[in-house]
Design a protein around this ligand. Structure first.
Ligand code: VG1
Ligand code: CO
Length: 548
């Protein structure tokens, strides 16, 4: 056998964040760095999930970013040396995050490894990431990621298989030692699942009648999925998917579908010859941004609109058992749940917290303000699925997308919503800002800022209703007398210093005021958010670097 055991010294700092381990490419390029983390996954699994990867089927793929090709080969060799029985790898090393989830579930694999830093920039100076997904197809829960981290602190060697690079450009099966490696079509199984969820006949008729979609894949992983599903299976014209070639550096762009980084899409929808609907997805295909001819739809509103219209798609024709949103996501979906008489759960940021609720059937639809929406068909958020969901609703309702949004506000009221990100703050300052707020929590209620009076403030902690696991310090919530809310938390996906995220929202029942822009409606609250946390003084910033 060509199995080698290679000594390695622990690197420290290999603690997965909101979604896997994310670092600069240059960090991952250090000899042994990736290997130490991957071996830690293999070593931690038997205890963390009751069985290891040995003898099991595992799924492997990534978003095609720089270093994806090298990392895939390393992991293939290590999987063979660690006794994996069967490894399913996406052709060219590609698999979107939702497609990985679909393959893990569809093939009853014991888990998967996803190579992606998602919405973070790529290229030699950009970011890389790696994430382990469990048997249910979802991100490993915190208990498992912590076990992996603890293993990484003591690791002393990794196992690998001495073999040449494996060709991944053709659908084929081969043996690597005792492991069977199958190169699979990254799109087929995912596309077949979409056909079971949505009314493809109706969608084909929509495009036949001239409906125009512009889907911006941002030179990331969803290009091949969008081409196959929108253009080939649904008959949308060629060119419906733009930037549809996955590139290792995403064409130099930031594959984060928000109004700042997807500005060309927003502009296209505002042009005189605008398409009927615009959408974009992120690096690994789990996020979605939707844009109507009236502008981008806030992801929190999008979640609420999907919930209110869910019964219109075949998959949800019986309705929803319950819904969930991450804590900083606006309460628009809560209003829909209340009207439908179903449960609505508030979870910490990150998709891993939805897994138990989905597995237990307590919820069937969930989402995050960061442009993530998903459902019980998978255990990841799902960008292309969300776009199909919208299209299916538009096809049934026969109304313009912008109209669906304003109708929703008229029925439920509007939750004005905005997120201000302050990126690359010195870590010490960011921690000090949050700690200062935490310390002041007891004295905040009663405090006034002009018209705004604080009525409640806490440090969000969560107890999982299914398994009772708890997690604390998930963000500072500040509630005001008029129902407005500010949330402060630090990002767990960044790779440079710290990113402070400030989430602002305010409810407006009066339809006469729904046409205001979010930035106008929230300007006074934004000023309060800066003063309350002393962002200028502590973080040294006078304005956010990203407004989403
Ligand atoms: C961000 C978002 C969070 C999302 C996570 C992963 O995390 O806020 O909602 O689940 O990214 O998304 P953070 O800790 O930076 O706020 V993805 O598409 O990058 O996997
Ligand atoms: Co992503």
């Amino acid at each position: 056998m060509n199995i080698l055991s290679v000594p390695v010294t622990p690197f420290g700092g290999q603690r997965p964040g909101t979604s896997g381990l994310r670092k600069k490419v240059t960090v991952f390029q250090q000899p042994g760095y990736l290997e130490a983390f991957v071996q830690s996954i293999f070593d931690a699994l038997p205890e963390a999930v009751g069985r290891g990867a040995a003898g099991q089927t595992l799924v492997l793929g990534g978003d095609g970013r720089f270093f994806n090709d090298r990392a895939i080969q390393t992991i293939i060799r290590m999987a063979a040396a660690n006794g994996v029985a069967r490894l399913l790898v996406g052709r060219d090393g590609l698999l979107s995050t939702p497609a990985t989830s679909a393959v893990i579930r569809g093939r009853k694999a014991s888990g998967g490894i996803i190579l992606s830093a998602s919405h973070n920039p790529g290229g030699p100076d950009g970011d890389f990431g790696i994430k382990y997904n469990a048997e249910n197809g979802g991100p490993a829960p915190e208990r498992v990621t912590e076990a992996i981290y603890h293993r990484s602190l003591t690791i002393s060697s990794y196992r690998t298989f001495d073999t040449a690079a494996v060709p991944l450009d053709q659908i084929a099966s081969m043996e690597i030692g005792e492991m069977e490696l199958s190169v699979i079509d990254p799109v087929a199984e995912y596309a077949a699942l979409m056909e079971r969820i949505f009314d493809f006949d109706r969608l084909r008729a929509l495009f036949r009648d001239g409906f125009r979609l512009r889907f911006d894949a941002m030179s990331a992983v969803t290009g091949p999925y969008a081409r196959e599903i929108f253009e080939h299976r649904l008959g949308a014209p060629a060119g419906t998917a733009v930037h549809a070639e996955p590139l290792p550096d995403f064409g130099g762009h930031h594959p984060d579908p928000n109004p700042t980084y997807a500005a060309p899409l927003v502009a296209a929808l505002a042009a005189p010859d605008a398409p009927d609907f615009g959408a974009a997805s992120d690096g690994d295909g789990d996020r979605n941004m939707v844009v109507t001819q009236a502008g981008p739809v806030s992801p929190s509103d999008s979640l609420a609109i999907l919930a209110a219209n869910a019964h219109l798609i075949p998959w949800f024709k019986e309705g929803l058992p319950g819904v969930a949103r991450s804590m900083p996501t606006s309460r628009a979906v809560d209003r829909v749940a209340a009207k439908l008489g179903i449960d609505c759960f508030e979870t910490p940021t990150g998709w891993k917290y939805f897994g138990n609720l989905l597995d237990a059937g307590r919820i069937a639809l969930c989402g995050e303000e960061s442009a993530g929406t998903g459902a019980n068909h998978l255990r990841e958020k799902d960008g292309v699925w969300a776009v199909l969901f919208w299209l299916n609703i538009l096809a049934v309702r026969g109304e313009a997308a912008a109209r669906v949004v304003t109708d929703h506000w008229a029925r439920f009221g509007r939750d004005f919503y905005m997120r201000h990100d302050y990126e690359s703050i010195e870590t010490d300052r960011a921690n000090r800002l949050i700690e200062t707020l935490r310390r002041r929590l007891p004295e905040l209620p009663g405090t006034r800022f002009g018209d705004f009076e604080i009525t409640e403030a806490d440090d969000f902690a969560y107890t999982d209703p299914v398994d009772g696991s708890t997690t604390a310090h998930q963000g500072i919530r500040v509630g005001f007398a008029d129902g407005a809310r500010i949330v402060y938390r630090l990002s767990g996906t960044g790779t440079e210093g710290a990113t402070l995220r400030v989430y602002l929202e305010r409810f407006e029942a009066d339809p006469a005021r729904h046409a205001l822009t979010a930035s106008t409606a929230l300007a006074p609250l934004a000023a309060v958010s800066v003063a309350l946390a002393d962002i200028n003084g502590i973080a040294g910033r006078d304005k956010p670097s990203v407004v989403a």
